[in-house]
Design a protein around this ligand. Structure first.
Ligand code: TPP
Ligand code: MG
Length: 410
């Protein structure tokens, strides 16, 4: 006799679906300043709690508080503000450009601007990011020309990647931004490999890996953690938990672990969770992790808790799978508004100055867009030459490609 009931699978469901009332009561948010800041050389066993909390610096009043505060001066914070505003404005213009048919595709960062903009400032020249499509702030914060980004999005005659990559998949070795691969989680194995190579060469450069919540379900993520952990590779392992992987909520990839940061603990990797909408907290944690890597103390895993306020991409319609008001209900607020409030309290910003900065930044972005469009857009004006697709892959072109190029007459 079998007294067991039939087996069933557990299939997690998001708390709310379209038409329902958004509910983030499951997101436990500690007070700003409440999480301790250990020494970078702390024993990973002693700091396991950091994988289950959220490091925050900016409180509700806009003040910077606690042990992770105090690392950035007025000038650096204003620069961070401008970079985030620049990224948001760039996104807005490129989204319209996609609707106008000037590009086939675009992906926004709305709500996630603090992560890539602040993280970039914790790196040094020569370090290498292995980003996904949602970290363009790494380029903006490192001074990469916006015109070049737009030319890539338009696949025009000045596209640095010559039309060979999907729009938004930029690449710049000089700016520490490794060519984006559309195959998610490859960033993790590549970053760890690059970091190991840096150590093998006895160099001082470190790498940063990037992944979204959903993509941590890929086996590349786990394989990368094995290598990073065993060889103590000089790498920062970033997980951007924006609550959604297109239409799949984060509960599916997270499984029973409680948090994404907790994934690192089984590998003995120090793992921190941070408020991804708090520019100061992101910078502080990124700097802590970068210092660990640089001092040869090994990898750090960071989970940024944030919310994807926009659609996944221009091919997505989130109203089909989540309440329209969910973004407004997100309890960690908007990164630009939070830094703005902080700058006002510091006495280096005002509502008026903010409006003025918005107008200036819009002018700058529109001027860049005009210039980029003078080199062509998807269906009008200059295009990369068909000859370009044969270049840049092999040092010496193999005979079959030479034949194809001749057949194409380019
Ligand atoms: C290996 C792989 N599988 C599937 C896809 C298709 N895909 C593109 S984006 C995406 C969702 C990724 O979600 P997440 O990792 O949370 O990143 P986010 O888009 O939220 O930044 C999927 C499944 C892909 N690009 N690569
Ligand atoms: Mg996601």
């Amino acid at each position: 006799m079998n007294d067991f009931r039939p087996l069933t699978l557990h299939v997690p469901e998001p708390a709310v679906r379209p038409g329902g009332t958004p509910d983030f009561s499951n997101v436990r948010i500690p007070k700003a300043g409440a999480v301790p800041r250990p020494e970078v050389g702390a024993n990973p066993e002693d700091i396991r709690d950091l994988a289950f909390s959220i490091i925050r610096v900016l409180n509700r009043a806009g003040e910077a508080v606690g042990p992770w505060a105090g690392l950035l001066n007025d000038e650096e914070l204003v620069e961070g503000m401008r970079n985030m505003m620049m990224l948001r404005t760039f996104d807005a213009r490129m989204l319209i450009a996609q609707r106008q048919g000037k590009t086939s595709f675009y992906m926004q960062h709305l709500g996630e601007e603090a992560i890539s903009c602040a993280f970039r400032k914790a790196l040094s020249p020569g370090d290498m990011n292995f980003p996904t499509y949602r970290q363009a702030g790494l380029l903006i914060a490192s001074g990469y020309p916006m015109v070049d980004m737009m030319c890539q999005v338009y696949s025009n005659s000045r596209d640095p990647l010559k039309g060979r990559q999907l729009p938004v998949m930029y690449s710049s070795k000089e700016h520490g931004f490794f060519t984006i691969s559309g195959n998610l989680a490859t960033q993790y194995v590549q970053a760890v490999g690059w970091a190991m190579a840096s150590a093998i060469r006895n160099d001082t450069k470190i790498a940063a890996a990037w992944i979204g919540d959903g993509s941590t379900a890929e086996s590349d993520f786990h394989a990368a953690l094995v290598f990073a952990s065993t060889y103590k590779a000089p790498v920062v392992l970033n997980i951007v938990n924006n609550q959604w992987a297109i239409s799949t909520f984060q509960g599916i990839a997270r499984g029973g672990a409680g948090t994404f940061a907790a994934r690192g603990l089984g590998f003995g990797i120090p793992s921190l969770r941070v408020d991804g909408n708090d520019y100061l907290a992101v910078y502080a944690v990124a700097r802590w992790a970068a210092e660990r890597a640089r001092r040869n103390l090994g990898p750090t895993l960071i989970e940024y808790v944030t919310y994807r306020a926009g659609a996944h991409s221009t091919s997505d319609d989130p109203s089909a799978y989540r309440p329209k008001t969910e973004s407004d209900a997100w309890p960690l607020g908007d990164p630009i508004i939070r830094l703005k409030n902080h700058l006002i309290i510091r006495g280096v910003w005002s509502e008026e100055r903010h409006k003025q900065a918005e107008a200036e930044i819009l002018d700058t972005v529109i001027a860049a867009q005009k210039e980029a469009e003078s080199y062509g857009t998807l269906h009008a004006g200059g295009k990369p030459s068909a000859r370009d697709m044969f270049e840049g892959v092999y040092a010496e072109m193999p005979p079959h490609l030479r034949r194809q190029r001749q057949q194409a007459g380019v």
